[in-house]
Ligand binder design. Sequence first.
Ligand SMILES: *Cc1c(COP(=O)(O)O)cnc(C)c1O
Length: 386
Amino acid sequence: MRDFAAELEARKDAGLYRRRRLVSGPQQPNLTTDGNAVLAFCSNDYLGLANDPVVAEALHQALPETGVGGGASHLVCGHHDEHHLLEQALADLTKRSAALFFSTGYMANLGVITALAGRGDTIFSDRLNHASIIDGCQLSRAKVRRYPHADVAALAELLATTSGHKLVVTDGVFSMDGDIAPLAEMARLCREHDALLVVDDAHGLGVLGEQGAGTLEQLGLSEDDVPILIGTLGKAVGTSGAFVAGPALLMDYLVQKARTYIYTTAMPPAMARATRAALALVRSEPQRRAHLQHLIGRFRAEAQALGYRLMPSETPIQPIEVGDNWAALELSRELEARGLLVTAIRPPTVPEGEARLRVTFSAAHTDADLDRLLAGLADCRCFYPG
Ligand SMILES: *Cc1c(COP(=O)(O)O)cnc(C)c1O
């Protein structure tokens, strides 16, 4: 039998072993993990909605009306009014013709990619795309051509030298770098080469755009430019689930073909109601986005002044470049000893030799929280290589 224990030991030796920390209480900047109070800068709850009283109250109010369980899959008898209303709210926010609600972003990517591309087709995928996109590509049995990160010229070259059906898939905001894909140029290329463009905006939705509709709103890209938009609801929206939005015909096609939509139990409908309440806040409280931008601007100026190397990001994902796995772990541990939780991200989540501290901000962070992070970083500067 394969030596699983030896493989685990090898992971430990390489500084790649992962353990789960145990959180008590709600998700918020002041987090209790493994019994300790820490100030966390690693959540994807960018707008501070995960523990918002209005959203919690919506869930509470829905429960007596909807009960708890989802009961069945959407195509059997699980498709509830609340799912339908949420899909309408999502289409409305993103200015798409229709939307289809999925249980998770991971399942949305698997379902969409495998439904829209198959044997004989070619998928073009950014090298830094999220794991769920990579898995969807593999599962699809299509030919996969990965292009260098955000490299429009390389993508153009690949598209020009490929025949048959083409699908281009990219993160909108890259989850471990925080930068934004060159979507306007990509949309133009896809039109020119008759390729279907799919954008996974898990980290842009709620955060970017005047209404919080995400990267496509910020860049002014319509459904004609980007036919398939994927968004997740467990990050900035603060609840759970995901969706695909685009032309009604494609949504209908996905209902027929996306296996991760068809063969899974519907999310509890009360959660869909809570998500709708959260979406209303996303739209009506732009001050959350404004505060986030204020924190990001301050952090970038002050952390770089301390000598930390940041990545070119204008989003709440503000990684500190480290490189070596052990050095990233040590810096993370030293910060945690000072009550600051910033997780080290190591391969295979990021490329080999590019370990980093992934700092993320939330509208729930105060300026005093940021002061504490910066003081901790000043204190830990001696543990930072270079
Ligand atoms: C988090 C994430 C997903 C997965 O979404 P879940 O709803 O958490 O399953 C998909 N794509 C990207 C880019 C993500 O960051």
